[in-house]
Structure formats: C-alpha cells, structure tokens
Ligand binder design. Structure first.
Ligand SMILES: Nc1ncnc2c1ncn2[C@@H]1O[C@H](COP(=O)(O)OP(=O)(O)O)[C@@H](O)[C@H]1O
Ligand SMILES: [Mg+2]
Length: 628
C-alpha cells in the first residue's frame, strides 16, 4: 500500500485539474468566433435576454429538475444494488432476498424510464412554445423593417434567422442545458458514491481522467474536420442538383447531359470519400477510448483483487467483490459524461451565436414607423400631391431632385422616362416604402407621415411586371385571403378586366389548378389575373409599374381595354414603356435623372415637340416598320 498511495494521489490531482482546465478552456475557446460568426455581445447579456423567453416556464423547469434528480438516482443507485446482489449470491443466499432485490432494481429502472420520458415530453412542449415565440418575434420584426433595411440583408439570411437560429435556441432549452446540468451532477454524484465505497479505488479511477480528456480532445479535433468535409460535400451535391434540375431543359436543349453527368459523378464521389474518412476516424478512435475504459477496469481488478490497497482503511472501507462490481459499473458512468461534456459546451456556444444573430435582427430599429399621433384613414378619395420631394437611397446621391406634381382623384397619370430615371422610386415613395429626405407627399391633403402605414397601404393596389401567383386555384389567387367574396363577385371582377374569356375556356373555370408560380398560364393571362386580384379589393389608388411589358399584341388590346375600365375605380398611376398604353392618360409626366422634364396630356406634349415627341415618333416609326 505504502508505494501505491502517493502515486494514486498525484495521479488523481492531475486528473481533477485537467478536467477543470479543459472545461474552462472549452467554455472560453469558441466564445469569440463560432462557425465563422464573430460575436460581440457579452454572454451575460445573451443569457439575460434568453431567460426572458424561458420565464413563463420557470415552474416547469423546476419540476424538470426534480424529475432529473430521480433519473440520476438510478444512475447512482443501480451499481450499489448490483454490488449487494453479488454479495448475496456469494454467501448461502435466500432466493426470496434475491427476488426482492431484483424487483427493487426493476422498480427503480421503470421509475427512471418514466422520469426520462416525462422530462422529454415536458421539455419538447416548452421547446416548441419558445421556438414559436422567437420565430414570431423575429418574423413580425422583419416585417416592420423598411425596404432599405431589408435590401441590406440577403433573403437567405432572413430565412436562416427565422428557421435554423430559433431551432438552435429551442434545442438549447430542451436538450443542451438539461444534459449539461445532468452530466455535471452525474460526474459529481458518481464521484461521491465511489468515495463512499472506497477512496483508494476512486483515486485510481481519477488517474485515468487526463487520458480520457486527451483522447476526447484529439478525437473531436479530427471528427470536427471530417464532419465539416461531409457537410461541405453534401451542400455541394445539393446545390449542384437543385441548380441543374431547375435548368434541366437548357441542358437537354444544348445536349449537355453527358458532361453534366460527369460533373455530378465527381461531386458524388467526393461525398463518398468524405463519408469514408468519417467512418475511418470513428473506427480508429472509438475503440481507443474503449481501450482506456477497459484499462481502468483492468487496473481496478488488479489493484482490487491482488490486495495491494487492501489495507487502505478509511471509515472502515474494505474491498470485496461487491465493491469491485459497483466500481466496474461506476467507471463507465463516470467516463461517458466527461466525453459528452465537451460536445455540450460546443453546442451551447453555437446556440449563443444563434441567439446573438437573432438579437441583432431584433435590435434593428425599423426606419419607417408610425408617428405617435398618426391617424387611421377609413376612406380616401385618391388625391396625390408631391411638393418639392428630394430623395436618395444613399446619402448624397439624389435620385429625385425636387419633384412636384398633383393628381386629382380618379385621374390617370403616366410616368415615362428612360431606365433609372426614378419612376419606380416615385411609386414606392407614395406607398411609404421609404421615407423622403426633403419635401412633402400628401394624400387627400394629409402628409403621409401623419397616416398609419397599414391604413395607407390598404387603399393601394399594386400591379407589377412580375406577377406572383400562388399554388392553388384561380379563385384563391384572386380573392387571396379575404373572406366572404362570392363567386359572382369574382366573375364580375374577371369580366371587368377581360379575364373572363380565357377563364371561361378552361375546363374547371375558377377552380382550375394554378401550379407553382403560375407557370401553366401565359404572362398576359397572369397579368389579367393580377388586375382582377387588385380591383376586387376596390383600391382607391392603383399603381401599375411596367405591368404591360412582355405582352403579345392580342392580350395588349384586352389589357388596354381593361385599363380604360379600371380608370373608373380610382386614381391610377402607370409606368409603361409602350406609349400607346398611356396616351389617353389625363397627365403624362416625363422624368429625366430624377427631375420632371415635361408634363401634360399626350396632345400637349406632342405640340411641345420636346423629348416626349422624340420618343413617340421613334416608337411610332418602329411600329410602322414592324407592320411592314
Ligand atoms: N434600393 C435601391 N438602392 C439604391 N439605389 C437604388 C435602389 N433602387 C433604385 N436605385 C437607383 O435609383 C435610380 C432610379 O431607379 P428607379 O426608380 O428604379 O428607376 P426606373 O423605375 O425609372 O427605371 C437608379 O439610378 C437606381 O440605380
Ligand atoms: Mg422601374
């Protein structure tokens, strides 16, 4: 005994210190940068804000803690039970006693299983609630952001902020925190139980800690590398597939199937290799860690059975077969949590990074907001006035320079001018997608900043060049989400915009299926549907931004006619490149470099013989040539 005890004590001290050191290191290491994302918020602040989401469930978390104590109880008690069973079996044992022990063991096992199940169920429920709360917060906040702010965040990022990141936070509440706490408690619990059984054997077990920690650290270094390789290769294959499947028609037309096949085979092979590498790493390290486990067990048997530390008395501790069996079971219960702890720390850091990304979005102050005294507008007549409006997307680069015009209710006004002259900008300023820097925009004589944004936009109907149709049927695409619109009203709207003739020819009429993005309809048909969709909501101001581009001559006549009819509904603002579309407008505004160059009716502008006259004659001649 004398020779062994100092060595064991030294080894145990080294073991405990490595464990503490590695734990602290793991907590600190990924703090600044997790998965290529640089962190700026302090952990304390993130925790404080995360706790706010958990607050409604504090009671349940306390409940879970107690349930967890039960399942840990099983981990701690079962080796002792088995140990005492062994002891019983050795002597001249009674079957009834053995049976009682088995029943107790089974009872504890069942209770622990039920506890684990209950814990998982409650946690899942809480997790789902927290998840949807965070998603809702992020989503509603994103909706409040101005167009300018949204332009600065790629859509892909927004999707991640509302899907993956909340997931990772909810996972933290449901899995990481609980296993973290549980593992730490199991480590200390097992340590305590072992000390009570035999302190000398416990010191022996602690001597193995540096090795297990070292192996775990090395293994995780390699495993992370191969994991990344596999996930990169998978992304590669997926992007290649999605890109090429959507462009498959082009591939066929250009007869590129063979070459694409080769490309795909290469990427597929890379994925296969990455997966093999991963298998190799796991295949090498798992047995090695297991070997450590076995080595410590062998030491246990050697030291325990040979009687070298038999005389280490401490509160009358002895080493007999039951102690050895209990230790045998405790050893793996002690090593497993150490191995998983490092992983848990890592995931905790990843969740913190996700939380910070989400909070960064939530901290963005919406630029276009309702003023405190903003009013609700029930009805508007549709009078619009721009008073010396100056606007820039980027400070100093003026896009609109002192634009002033006036539109009477129910008038139709057209904007013309070369690409980039500011037509779309004017239309989006009326909807207050951006705030202007100087001047005033008035609707019915009221500054739009004094009107609630939701109330303002409700009176507008926008028709754009790219019509977005949702998968569903024609009816659902026209009424959108509004309730209580009868089929008669839908037909009426369709008739009004001349969409009835083509819908009437369809086999299922209004119930005809619309495929994703509406690709079973022509551009002109989609446009007519968007007109119907707009007028059924009876907007006071209709905005058409190049809605009539890309349309064949036949549909153009239909659209021309429906535009004439739509003029009776409300004020109409049109941007169109084809001047024939707009020549009946009440006013035509010609823009150049963000300034109004000419304005007046078609006839007035022709008489002026200015820029509009030039444009018109140019288009007219082209038309003549096309018509032969
Ligand atoms: N979101 C934006 N951010 C920065 N500049 C923009 C943005 N949208 C448009 N612009 C710029 O504003 C000018 C006017 O654009 P726009 O109103 O779209 O012209 P039009 O509709 O007449 O073709 C262009 O020079 C364009 O580059
Ligand atoms: Mg435009």
């Amino acid at each position: 005994m004398r020779e062994y005890l100092p060595i064991l004590i030294l080894g145990a001290i080294i073991g405990v210190f490595t464990l503490i050191f590695v734990a602290v290191y793991a907590l600190e290491k990924n703090k600044k940068e997790t998965m290529g994302f640089e962190r700026h918020m302090a952990d304390g602040e993130i925790v404080k804000r995360l706790l706010r989401y958990a607050k409604p469930y504090y009671g349940q978390f306390v409940g879970i803690f107690f349930i967890m104590l039960f399942s840990i109880g099983y981990d701690l008690i079962s080796p002792l039970l088995i140990g005492s069973l062994i002891e019983t079996v050795q002597g001249d044992f009674e079957l009834s006693y053995l049976l009682t022990m088995v029943i107790i063991y089974a009872g504890i096992l069942i209770v622990s299983l039920i506890c684990t199940y209950a814990q998982a169920m409650i946690l899942q429920k809480i997790g789902q609630k927290i998840l949807s709360q965070i998603r809702l917060d992020v989503f509603t906040h994103i909706e409040k952001l101005s167009h300018e702010q949204l332009n600065n965040i790629p859509v892909g990022k927004l999707v991640t902020r509302t899907t993956n990141d909340p997931n990772s936070i909810s996972y933290m509440f449901t899995n990481i925190l609980v296993t973290l706490v549980k593992n730490v408690m199991v480590i200390f619990g097992v340590l305590g139980a072992m000390l009570l059984l035999n302190y000398a054997l416990t010191l022996m077990v602690l001597c193995f800690v540096p090795f297990i920690v070292l192996f775990t650290v090395i293994f995780r270094k390699f495993s992370r590398k191969v994991h990344r390789r596999v996930s990169d290769a998978t992304t590669d294959v997926n992007t290649y597939l999605s890109e090429n499947l959507s462009g498959i028609k082009i591939t066929q037309i250009f007869n590129q199937e063979e070459r694409k096949m080769q490309d795909f085979l290469e990427k597929s092979k890379a994925l296969g290799n990455a997966k093999r590498a991963r298998m190799f790493v796991f295949g090498i390290f798992r047995p090695m860690v297991y070997m450590l486990n076995i080595s410590s067990v062998m030491c246990l048997f050697y030291l325990g059975c040979k009687g070298y530390i038999q005389d280490a008395h401490w509160f009358g501790q002895v080493i007999d077969s039951s102690v050895i069996v209990s230790f045998y079971m405790y050893i793996s219960k002690f090593f497993n949590p150490i191995q998983t702890l490092a992983e848990q720390f890592d995931m905790l850091q990843r969740s913190f990074a996700s939380a910070e990304k989400i909070f960064t979005i939530l901290d963005m102050v919406p630029e276009v907001v309702d003023e405190p005294d903003a009013i609700e507008l029930e009805e508007i007549r549709g009078e619009i006035e721009f008073k010396d409006v100056w606007f820039a997307y980027k400070p100093g680069e003026w896009v609109l320079k002192g634009v002033s015009f006036h539109v009477e209710p129910k008038q139709t006004v057209a904007f013309v001018g070369s690409t980039g002259s500011g037509k779309t900008t004017i239309l989006s300023l009326i909807c207050r997608n951006y705030d202007i820097q100087k001047g005033q925009i008035l609707i019915d004589g009221i500054d739009i900043k004094k009107i609630k944004i939701s109330s303002l936009r409700r009176h507008f109907g926008q028709m754009l060049q790219d019509v977005f149709l949702f998968a569903g049927d024609i009816r659902s695409n026209i009424v959108l989400r509004s309730e209580g619109i009868s089929d008669e009203e839908v037909w009426e709207a369709c008739k009004y915009v001349n969409a009835d003739s083509f819908i009437g020819k369809l086999e299922n009429g209004l119930s005809e299926v619309v495929r994703e993005r509406g690709n079973n309809f022509s551009a002109g048909q989609r446009q007519l549907l968007s007109f119907a969709r707009t007028i059924i909501h009876k907007p006071s101001v209709m905005i058409l931004d190049e809605a009539t581009a890309n349309i064949d001559t036949e549909t153009e006549l239909l659209i021309q006619d429906s535009l004439e009819k739509m003029k009776n509904i409300g004020t109409m603002l049109i941007v169109a490149h084809r001047l024939s579309t707009i020549q009946h407008s009440d006013n035509i505004i010609l823009l150049a470099h963000g300034e109004i160059q000419e304005q007046g009716t078609h006839q007035e502008l022709l008489r002026l013989k200015g820029r509009y006259y030039q444009l018109y004659t140019l288009q007219y001649e082209k038309q003549q040539i096309q018509n032969g």
